[in-house]
Design a protein. Structure first.
Length: 57
């Protein structure tokens, strides 16, 4: 199981997240869409995406 989170760098709060059984692009886009739908982020330039991951045991 993988978890993708979108974190507001100013408030350090999670503004969107998604889970999936794979680590593909859809997981990240689902997390970004959840943050947009919740009103947590507005897409404007510049923005940064940092991907941190691990392999399952």
């Amino acid at each position: 199981m993988y978890l993708a989170t979108v974190i507001d760098c100013f408030s350090k709060m999670v503004v969107g997240f998604a889970t999936a059984d794979h680590m593909r692009t859809g997981l990240v886009t689902d997390a970004l869409q959840a943050a947009i739908d919740a009103g947590g982020i507005q897409l404007r330039m510049p923005y940064s995406i940092r991907i941190m991951g691990s392999t399952p045991l």
